[in-house]
Design a protein. Structure first.
Length: 319
């Protein structure tokens, strides 16, 4: 008997994440969507740990698209090129989808062009001030959708849209998910939030991990902006005013002045007064200046890219 055509391709990039791949595949095995209606394509970005060596299944339900170490966006593009379904569901290797994730994401996509599902945190115990700051500043897809961006940790869209905008930009290693979604919206696509299509994502516990991620994000944002002929925020003098710029930014985006208690509570965290006080210097001094320095470096790199390309790229700025 011929199996029905697959409805959705789950796209997962990885580099040296053997334990993560094993766990995310186990989560996908528990999906309520019948297994013959979806496939999993892993974009292996030059792993050396052997984690994807035995991931491919004989029936093609799970496949690996391998390539040299480049970046996660190039790996996603490669996985999409090796997939077959008309709908793409993006998930990260360190995420754990709930059992109804695919069914609910597909249902939400019936009424729109792109769906950003809910990302909930796996909260470590004990948690640190860095954990609180990490949760406060990331993965709030409901808020991100309101300002026109989303993350590839939990994103559904049709292949036609992916192909129409040219997929992810594989040259710049960070900020590619936001930049991709911005291009989709600029092309006329509609983005909606689906609270019931849920994946869990681990929260960071250390300053080193959080600051490394912050550096990469801000550098990538600035490379994209400068390459496209724009001036990133971190290059502007007002961004270097201590405390003031962070206050203005949080007010502009409708965020509380301290850690977002409602968002944290929705992830099972009740803030203590001690935790709030411990996070404020990180939020108002450490993060802004680390981000600004990263943007300065990214701005210089983006200007070099713009000069070598000789042409401007189109990007829709979120203000």
């Amino acid at each position: 008997m011929t199996s029905p055509p697959r409805v959705v391709s789950v796209i997962i990039p990885v580099r040296d994440g053997a334990a993560d791949i094993e766990a995310v595949l186990a989560s996908l095995e528990r999906q309520t969507l019948p297994a013959d209606q979806f496939e999993v394509v892993i974009g292996d970005d030059g792993s050396s740990d052997g984690g994807t060596d035995h991931a491919t299944t004989e029936d093609g339900h799970v496949r690996v698209a391998s390539g040299p170490p480049t970046n996660s966006y190039a790996a996603r593009n490669r996985a999409v090129a090796n997939s077959t379904a008309p709908i793409l569901a993006f998930c990260d290797a360190d995420c754990r989808p709930e059992a109804e994730w695919l069914e609910r994401g597909l249902a939400a996509l019936e009424r729109t062009d792109m769906v950003a599902g809910r990302i909930r945190f796996e909260v470590p115990s004990p948690r640190t001030p860095w954990t609180i700051v990490d949760m406060d500043g990331s993965k709030d897809h409901e808020h991100q959708v309101r300002v026109g961006v989303a993350e590839t940790a939990n994103l559904f869209l049709r292949r036609e849209l992916f192909d129409r905008v040219g997929g992810f930009e594989g040259e710049i290693p960070e900020y590619g998910d936001f930049e991709f979604v911005e291009r989709c919206i600029a092309s006329g696509a509609q983005l909606e939030y689906a609270a019931d299509a849920v994946v869990f994502h681990p929260a960071r516990t250390s300053g080193r991990s959080l600051l490394r991620a912050l550096w990469k994000y801000n550098r990538g944002y600035a490379v994209h902006a400068a390459r496209d002929g724009q001036v990133p925020d971190g290059v502007k003098l007002r961004s270097w005013l201590p405390v003031v710029q962070t206050l203005r930014g949080r007010r502009r985006w409708g965020r509380s002045l301290g850690p977002d208690a409602a968002w944290l509570r929705s992830n099972g965290v009740e803030l203590t007064a001690r935790e709030t006080l411990a996070t404020l210097p990180i939020m108002y001094l450490v993060l802004p200046y680390v981000g600004n320095v990263a943007q300065l470096i990214g701005w210089r790199e983006g200007r070099r890219l713009r000069g070598s390309a000789g042409t401007a790229h189109v990007r829709t700025e979120v203000d």
